[in-house]
Write a protein that binds this ligand. Structure first.
Ligand code: PHE
Length: 358
């Protein structure tokens, strides 16, 4: 057993010298591996007599433990060092400022839809979505607009080609089909808004073939027209960020609501400048009404038990009024100078707590 001290010294020196985990593993194999120096000594125990084996065995076990312990602590130290190095290498400086050359802008339509969503979300509305490509049932029939109804002509619908069964898909002419999809899929009470793209075959100073609407739908047992008006009044004052905006209902007609009302908001045009708020003028911002019993029935909702209101507003219109954008068609011209002027910085996310616009 005269080798013991030498082997101990060699093994511990190799462990201490190991600069990384691979070198440490090599040192472990050299001492404790199957063919390692300590294992080789262990193998000699068998040839000793009982007494000698006892003392030598105990000594060898101590040596083995000592070396194993040295390896374990060296390993922990090397692992900690490796982690430190990795953390240093992958460090991100979160204090770096946003790149100053950011030139992208959020389109006013996207911004206004975000603002509207933030307001209605605060009131407890959820956002619902439907496809841009619709079928007759959701866009018309279920909304109490049967085939041959004159309202279908009024919608200037873009139709797709005829399918084998004679039906034709279409580009939705309003966001109201999302009412139908929601009522078919959810049991009341319902409180949703549906912002999205809509299409009509119409193009002039005040119409573009693609435009945006935001739909609202509330269905509950006792929902009435007062709720509708209160909801819209709350919405417009928050949206236009003024203390008072008069709201006026004008009798109107939509096949899917009864009674129906056009929604106007107050404005003044003093000195040629349009201002939303109390004044002599009125501006139409959308349509609304109490959901027609036939529509509820088409969606499997009992009109004797449930009723509710719906409204639809044009997003471009609201953006033009709020941000003083004079020409509808400029929304879709993708003129970078226009976008730079009317667009919003990507980090200006509208919230009610932080302010809709800054
Ligand atoms: N869908 C109607 C339109 O596009 C607007 C509307 C929605 C009217 C909901 C009443 C209720 O003109």
């Amino acid at each position: 057993m005269q080798d013991l001290d030498k082997i101990r010294a060699e093994a511990l020196a190799a462990v201490a010298a190991a600069a990384d985990l691979d070198a440490l593993e090599a040192a472990r194999v050299a001492a404790l591996g199957k063919k390692g120096s300590i294992s080789a000594l262990m193998a000699t125990l068998g040839r000793m007599d009982a007494e000698a084996r006892k003392t030598a065995g105990a000594e060898l076990n101590r040596l083995k433990d000592e070396v194993a312990e040295a390896i374990a602590s060296a390993k922990a130290a090397l692992e900690a060092k490796a982690l430190d190095q990795r953390l240093a290498r992958e460090r991100i400086d979160v204090t770096l400022p946003v790149r100053p050359e950011t030139t992208g802008r959020v389109h006013p339509i996207a911004q206004v839809m975000e603002e509207m969503t933030a307001i209605f979300a605060q009131m407890g509305f959820e956002v619902a979505e439907g496809p841009d490509i619709e079928d007759d049932f959701h866009n018309f029939t279920a909304l109490n607009i049967p085939a041959e109804h004159p309202a279908r002509q009024m919608h200037d619908t873009f139709y797709f080609g005829e399918r084998p069964d004679g039906s034709r898909h279409l580009l939705r002419t309003h966001t109201s089909p999302v009412q139908i999809r929601t009522m078919l899929n959810t049991a009341p009470p319902i409180r949703i808004i549906a912002p999205g793209r809509t299409y009509r075959c119409d193009s002039d100073m005040t119409h573009t073939p693609m435009f945006h609407q935001i739909e609202g739908l509330v269905i509950d047992r006792t929902t009435h027209m007062g709720h509708l008006k209160g909801c819209l009044m709350e919405f417009v004052t928050t949206f236009f960020e003024v203390d008072e905006v008069p709201v006026r209902f004008r009798p109107s007609f939509f096949p899917f609501t009864e009674p129906s009302a056009e929604v106007d908001i107050g404005c003044s045009r003093e000195g040629g400048e349009l201002k939303i708020g109390p004044g002599k003028g009125w501006l139409e911002i959308g349509g609304s009404g109490m959901v027609h019993p036939n529509v509820l029935r088409a969606c499997g909702i009992d009109p004797d038990e449930y009723q509710g209101f719906a409204f639809g507003m044009g997003v471009e219109r609201m953006a033009m009024l709020k941000y003083g954008i004079p020409d509808l068609r400029t929304f879709f011209e993708s003129d970078l100078r226009w976008l730079k002027h009317y667009g919003f910085l990507p980090l200006d996310v509208p919230t009610l707590s932080g302010g809709l616009t800054r």
